[in-house]
Design a binder for this molecule. Structure first.
Ligand code: FES
Length: 95
């Protein structure tokens, strides 16, 4: 199978993982927490008081739509926070 151009030289993070809502998932070097979640097919990970789904919106740290809990710290912006091996990521809408 041919290597995809976007994977050329990519670090697939062998052996590095994070936990998302209790599930262990692989981590690529340089991924933000939002990128980890998007890679899992998650487009939303919390909901508003009115029950509307929220996830990545601005992607630059302005809107705060993407906040979640990382290593017990609440209100972390997933679009800005680089994921680190061993991080425990908790969403408000677990799957
Ligand atoms: S997506 Fe807007 S602050 Fe993260």
């Amino acid at each position: 199978m041919a290597e995809h151009w976007a994977d050329h030289g990519a670090d697939h993070g062998a052996g590095r993982t994070v936990t998302v809502d209790g599930a262990t998932v692989p981590l690529r070097q340089g991924q933000t927490v939002a990128a980890v979640l998007l890679g899992l097919g998650r487009s939303s990970w919390r909901s508003t008081a009115a029950g509307r789904p929220r996830g990545l919106f601005c992607g630059i740290g302005v809107c705060f739509d993407c906040v979640l809990t990382v290593n017990g710290a609440r209100e972390v912006r997933a679009c800005l926070r680089l994921a680190e091996p061993g991080d425990v990521i908790e969403t408000d809408v677990p799957r």
